[in-house]
Design a protein around this ligand. Sequence first.
Ligand SMILES: O=C[C@H](O)[C@H](O)COP(=O)(O)O
Ligand SMILES: C=C(OP(=O)(O)O)C(=O)O
Length: 353
Amino acid sequence: MTVTSDLRITSFEALPTPTEVRTEQPLGEERAALVAASRRAAREVLTGADDRLLLVIGPCSVHDPEAALDYARRLSEATRDMDDALLVVMRVYFEKPRTTIGWKGLINDPDIDGGHDVRRGLRTARTVLLDVLSLGLPVGCEFLEPTSPQYIADAVTWGAIGARTPESQVHRQLTSGLSMPVGFKNATDGDVQVAIDGVQASSHPQVFFGIDDDGRAAVVGTTGNPDCHIILRGGRGGPNYDAGSVRDALTLLAKADRPKRLVVDASHGNSGKNHVRQAEVVREVAARIADGDTGIAGLMVESFIVPGRQEPGPRETLTYGQSITDACVGWDETERLLDVLAEAVRARRANAG
Ligand SMILES: O=C[C@H](O)[C@H](O)COP(=O)(O)O
Ligand SMILES: C=C(OP(=O)(O)O)C(=O)O
């Protein structure tokens, strides 16, 4: 018999089921209440019913759970008196989309050594999520693998569809069934319309292939997700956080009959992945908010303990608290930016009222 299938498959390794993982590491009532309340708050900020700024801030990727928690403690402490102005959601990103190849995140390769112990990666990721929530901080993630949300999404307040996938039907279908607000990034070439199309498609009921809580292949039916928005992250042609680009994007949203509100990503194509430039972008956006801009509902910042980035490698060789993916603003600068943003929102409120 001529073999025609699995010619390029090297292994299949069964994963625990979503139910098994969630039962081993339960969310618990207190954390569930935080997730539910912060999702509600994010929805209200995104629609403008709440005049705060949604601030999605944290490392580009989590590679060291201890450093991620160290960061979470600092963030929770530093923003304690800012919840009148900022709805802070920590970036706790475990799945990294790559331009070509590279480390794909803690779930895919927790030891950063090509060992790909995904079973452990999943459990470690869930532990980090629960630990961050236990500090009282809501969490934001990018959803990349179409089946990973079954394992972790109960703990997530806000989700992102990254710049390499806003046009992907698989990700739009997935988003239509997610329980939290989700941001679609503009594409890497700068196209904003694909993100708006993603928001539209995800707001509709969908039927697609997935897995159920017992890990069985299943036909999944969804209600559609009404809580989606776009994220301007710049693109190959340059940044798109400037007032003109934001105005253009808001016009496209209005044409699509969507609320004129969006999130700006200060990193990626808006900073050229330069963390010093990223801080300047945050300050420029803050100045516009202070001047009364109401189109910007949220801001994304890549921030960690040590500024910049380093090449990935075995954990013992790495600088503690520094990104192994994109360059991040360091902690001292982050504290200054938090103050600037909170003051900007307060100024906007004072001028409006
Ligand atoms: O956020 C991280 C990166 O920008 C994204 O994953 C792509 O990275 P790469 O171009 O280094 O692969
Ligand atoms: C990968 C990311 O960004 P983008 O999709 O904009 O490149 C990210 O936010 O981690």
